[in-house]
Design a protein. Structure first.
Length: 393
């Protein structure tokens, strides 16, 4: 088994993007992950995910996924470099642990950004401590990348909104205690007519319509709302501001998707190096061949290039800069690059690389979804192109 610590972890922490607090956190988390995390998923993914949320909360890591020291957060504003370092480290050790951390942040991010003090006090402490599980419900059967095509509706009826419609591909669907749900309130056409609501899992009229099995097992579901009454004080921000809230939330966490991909890629590189050094072949080892050395060189270079883009975007965002283009570049380079690195690691492992449960096989399944969620690769390309064309000639 390869050492899960990345070959360049110390070099990464020495980069000028980081402060001493980031270096201390990364070192502490690496030690915690080595002691508490195993790479493979158990048979009961729901139970394992709940247990990971509890463990991450009790250890204090989830405090970094929410904003507001008065509401359980580690800082008043979410630090992008911190959540990137946490996701990169967790992903090296356990895909499900990374998922559990990320979804606590994404599922509560809209509350951190747009919630009233009362809303933040009600929902964020439980998320930060790991006592409650959060979810982010944006996508629909016909509205994934095209959020403006949303059909789930919310109409004001007295002191409540009545929600009708469906959401799908919802991470933590089926195990979350509360969902941030985006629905059309018809304040205006297109994206300007969407509002955001916090919906408790036990609200009448809300149900889990279907559990969805995917290649890397995570809690995932299709949600259905049928005359679901949500108190008006559960709306986040003003009516019609939901699309802006959703985009602001995704902007916080999109760069961290790149970091998770880097973690998967680093683990794959470590596994590839281990295999190359130990696989006996033609009176030597696999690493003796120039083709192997060239492949390892390409893997390492691909990861380092993506890492520089990722932490450039994270650092810029923490300086208060707009990073629409930079975050898209980071996600594009890291997710596509990690896919290539993991595929190369499977090839180095040969037949064992496609045996169910082997580390590189697990990584192969983990990475594929990252090229789709929180903005597919093609969407990132459109964003980058659009931003370039907006710049002065």
């Amino acid at each position: 088994m390869a050492d899960t610590k990345a070959h360049d972890a110390h070099d990464l922490l020495d980069w000028p993007f980081f402060e001493p607090r980031h270096r201390a956190l990364a070192t502490e988390l690496e030690a915690w992950a080595r002691e508490h995390l195993a790479g493979a998923h158990g048979h009961d993914v729901d139970a394992e995910c709940r247990a990971l949320v509890t463990a991450l909360g009790e250890a204090g890591w989830l405090r970094h996924a929410v904003a507001g020291t008065g509401f359980g957060g580690a800082t008043d504003v979410i630090d992008t470099r911190t959540i990137c370092l946490i996701r990169q480290t967790l992903a090296r050790h356990s895909g499900l642990a990374d998922f559990a951390f990320a979804m606590q942040g994404l599922g509560s991010g809209a509350i951190s950004l747009a919630g009233t003090p009362a809303q933040r006090a009600r929902f964020l402490p439980g998320v930060a401590s790991g006592r409650t599980v959060a979810a982010f419900a944006l996508s629909e059967p016909e509205a994934g990348s095209d959020v403006a095509a949303m059909a789930c509706a919310a109409r004001l009826d007295g002191d409540a909104y009545v929600l009708d419609g469906e959401k799908t591909w919802i991470s933590n669907g089926g195990i979350a205690h509360q969902y941030v749900v985006f629905a059309r309130t018809d304040d205006a056409p297109g994206a300007r007519g969407i509002s955001a609501f916090v919906v408790d899992a036990d609200t009448p009229g809300f149900e889990i319509a279907e559990r969805i099995d995917v290649i890397a097992p995570h809690p995932l579901a299709r949600l259905r709302f049928s005359g679901c009454r949500v108190p008006a004080d559960r709306r986040l921000g003003a009516s019609g501001e939901g699309f802006k809230i959703a985009m602001r939330t995704l902007d916080v966490f999109r760069t961290s998707v790149a970091a998770a991909a880097l973690g998967f890629g680093q683990r794959a590189l470590a596994e590839g190096l281990h295999r190359a050094r130990t696989r006996k072949m033609f009176k030597g080892v696999l690493a003796d061949f120039q083709l192997t050395q060239a492949k390892l060189a390409q893997m390492a270079t691909t990861l380092d290039a993506a890492m520089l883009l990722t932490y450039r975007a994270a650092w810029l965002r923490d300086q208060g800069r707009t990073v629409t283009k930079e975050a898209a570049m980071a996600k594009l380079a890291a997710t596509e690059g990690a896919q290539q690195v993991i595929d190369a690691a499977v090839q180095l492992w040969g037949g064992l690389g496609v045996v169910s449960g082997q580390p590189v096989e697990l990584l192969y399944r983990e990475i594929r979804a990252l090229r789709i969620y929180e903005g597919a690769t093609e969407v990132q390309q459109l964003i980058i192109g659009r931003e370039l064309l907006r710049e002065p000639a």
